[in-house]
Ligand binder design. Structure first.
Ligand SMILES: *Cc1c(COP(=O)(O)O)cnc(C)c1O
Length: 389
């Protein structure tokens, strides 16, 4: 029995969906283009290690994270694949990066010189980040790129093994800014010997839309998790994306209340007639934020409304009739023919789908499924364990 979470709220992550999305993307981009699985932010809230293993199994050849801590965590969990740290690391941490055999992003000559001074090891791998229009991180001028190349040529500490950029608008219908960035990237490449480099510019949107503009690799994030990079792209995807993430809870208390009964903080909801009210053990401290009041949940394949304010740990649902305590309630995911998608929740919150699984906090355990069977449970509050099958 799975005995290591005791509150009936959990995330289910379907690792078969992750693998399917990776395989479909590999088919789409062709054998000559590598797939870098982006597992930053705990695998967009799904679980970095589990997603990494599934992606590698399905054909990814490298992983990417934002910060060095995320990379070290993967190494500590036994991940041996190449890991690229996309964000800026402190120059002083360059030896640490080398200890964990990480590929580091070089984003300026000043950073490089400082890292060189802090460095004793040899041959540390760098990917140069060029800023072609995102305005976030990276080398902006050819002169600076040349200084970096010259510095590395005369330094034993580093080797340049890749160069990359990031697009600001690849997910939008209008391609002109994307094409300007793409041209700028081509110009940068002409200033550096690049025959042996891993050249990558594509996020999910670029990989899906422009399979002929990928150079050597795609950095696949959001669509590995089965989500469309934007609403614009949803109706023109080259293959079906399978959502891996769902959020489940159960009724823990069910009661009949008379007409006029108030529900939750502020007493803002009032029963219009005699009503059945169910209590769910999930609240804003789990990421089910107060703005989601009046949203819907699925019970027995039908939609029912949350009522009253969402509390820190609990919220209430109006039921059509008495339902037993223990009945499963789906906040994100499918029941029978009904589905509450991550896109629906994002739309309700006026945000993008990326934010939704990231928002569900680590208080909610993650239960992993492979071949329709649960295979692993992560509950950071308690000790981790593998379910014996
Ligand atoms: C997060 C990130 C990605 C992944 O983008 P998606 O849109 O999720 O595919 C790729 N590259 C960089 C530099 C990133 O920061």
């Amino acid at each position: 029995m799975q005995a290591d979470f005791y509150r009936d709220t959990w995330v289910e992550v379907n690792l078969d969906a992750i693998e399917q999305n990776v395989r479909n993307m590999k088919n789409h981009i062709g054998d000559l283009v590598d797939l870098i699985a982006v597992v930053k932010a705990n695998g967009y809230g799904h679980g970095a290690k589990q997603v990494a293993e599934s992606a590698l199994h399905a054909g990814a050849s490298m992983l990417a994270v934002a910060f060095i801590d995320e990379a070290i965590s993967l190494r500590q969990q036994g991940i041996k694949a190449p890991i690229l740290v996309l964000g800026a690391i402190r120059a002083a941490d360059i030896e640490l990066a080398n200890k964990y055999d990480l590929i580091i992003t070089c984003f300026s000559i000043d950073w490089l010189m400082e890292a060189g001074n802090a460095c004793m090891s040899h041959g540390i791998q760098l990917h140069i980040k060029v800023d072609t229009g995102m305005g976030r991180l990276g080398v902006r001028e050819e002169s600076e790129l040349k200084k970096i190349v010259n510095y590395v040529e005369s330094s034993p500490h580093f080797q340049i093994t890749g160069i990359f950029t990031h697009f600001a608008t690849a997910d939008e219908d209008e391609p002109s800014y994307f094409l300007t960035q793409y041209k700028r990237f081509q110009q940068f490449l002409s200033f550096i010997p690049h025959e042996k480099l891993l050249i990558h510019c594509a996020n999910s949107a670029t990989g899906l839309k422009f399979p002929s503009k990928l150079y050597n690799a795609v950095r696949l994030g959001i669509s590995m998790y089965g989500l469309s990079p934007s609403v614009d792209m949803k109706n023109s995807l080259p293959f079906t994306l399978e959502e891996a993430f769902s959020l489940q809870t159960k009724l823990v208390h069910v009661k009949k209340v008379p007409k006029g009964t108030k529900i939750s903080y502020g007493a803002t909801y009032e029963a219009m007639e005699d009503e059945w009210i169910g209590t769910l053990p999930i609240g804003y401290a789990d990421g089910w934020i107060r703005k989601l009041r009046d949203s819907e949940v699925l019970i027995l394949g039908q939609r029912f409304p949350l009522v009253g304010r969402i509390c820190m740990d609990q919220c209430m649902v109006r039921l059509p009739y008495e339902l037993p305590v223990g009945t499963k309630v789906t906040l994100i995911g499918k029941q029978d023919t009904q589905k509450i998608s991550i896109d629906e929740v994002a739309n309700r919150l006026d945000t993008i789908n990326y934010e939704i699984p990231c928002m569900i906090t680590s208080r909610v355990p993650r239960l992993y499924f492979k071949g329709n069977k649960s295979c692993e449970l992560i509950n950071p509050l308690l000790t981790n364990m593998t379910i014996e099958s």
